[in-house]
Design a protein around this ligand. Structure first.
Ligand code: 13P
Length: 254
């Protein structure tokens, strides 16, 4: 049984003070039973991780802390970078790796993404590996080829046991921040494809991997997505910034 996971990617929004309010409001809108059903994760910017961690620990919130990126080295002369060990020390449990904005705007390659996945696993945190096709790939009918390649490249060199604990987020780039969502049927079919790709390479542990959908997820479309057999949750951007809206997404069955 795979537990559902709904993660909010705040991207470059929220100061450390905003983050305190956001996480407190979110927790007030969630009930104990919701956390039994769903792993709730928030991924604030680096500058807000410490304040968010402090609130989560002081108030014993059941919300999990995630980061949006990291570097693969443990320490050294890498100006501007943050290591997995630094995140781990802040009780970060999940790290988004290879988000399409990192790949497109900051030129992260599949090999960079692979090094990050390995570094996050080595630091005993869970990578949320992001994959997804561009609008051009989609129009050219190359979606599966692109996503299949990203998964194989991203997971290269991992053991089946390491892969079993992973989270993979399928986020079609044309659906991110555009208000366009893949239909639940298309998203569900891609989640199945993601899982089958993992099973082809690593065997039955592919059934343990949690596969998320991301791209304009809202309270109005989450239930249809979650009804798909291979969709285990969502990676939510814009709609995670408002605690009320994000809480309605987490409580998608209500
Ligand atoms: P939106 O939900 O704003 O489309 O963003 C999706 C995303 O990129 C989450 O990582």
């Amino acid at each position: 049984m795979r537990k559902s996971l709904i993660a909010g990617n705040w991207k470059m929004h929220a100061t450390h003070l905003d983050a305190i309010q956001m996480v407190q409001k979110l927790s007030l809108r969630l009930e104990f039973a919701d956390h039994d059903r769903v792993d709730v994760v928030v991924c604030p910017p680096f500058t807000a991780l410490r304040s968010t961690q402090t609130v989560i620990e002081a108030d014993r919130l059941m919300i999990n802390l995630g980061a949006q990126n990291c570097y693969w080295e443990e320490s050294g002369a890498y100006t501007g970078e943050v290591s997995p060990a630094m995140l781990k020390k802040l009780s970060v449990r999940f790290v988004i790796v290879g988000h399409s904005e990192r790949r497109q705007i900051f030129s992260e390659s599949d090999s960079d993404v692979n090094k990050k996945v390995k570094a996050v696993v080595a630091a005993d945190m869970t990578p949320i590996l992001c994959v997804g096709e561009t609008a051009e790939d989609y129009d050219a009918g190359a979606t599966r080829e692109k996503v299949g390649f990203q998964i194989q490249a991203g997971l290269k060199g991992l053991t089946a046991d390491q892969v079993s604990k992973l989270v993979i987020a399928y986020e079609p780039i044309w659906a991110i921040g555009t208000g366009k969502t893949a239909s639940a049927d298309d998203a569900g079919a891609m989640a199945t494809f993601v899982r089958e790709t993992v099973i082809d390479d690593f065997g039955s542990v592919g059934d343990d991997v949690r596969v998320l959908y991301g791209g304009s997820v809202k309270p109005g479309n989450i239930a249809g997505l979650m009804a798909k057999r291979d969709i285990d949750g969502a990676l939510v951007g814009g709609a995670s910034l408002d605690p009320d809206t994000f809480a309605s997404i987490v409580r998608y069955w209500v």
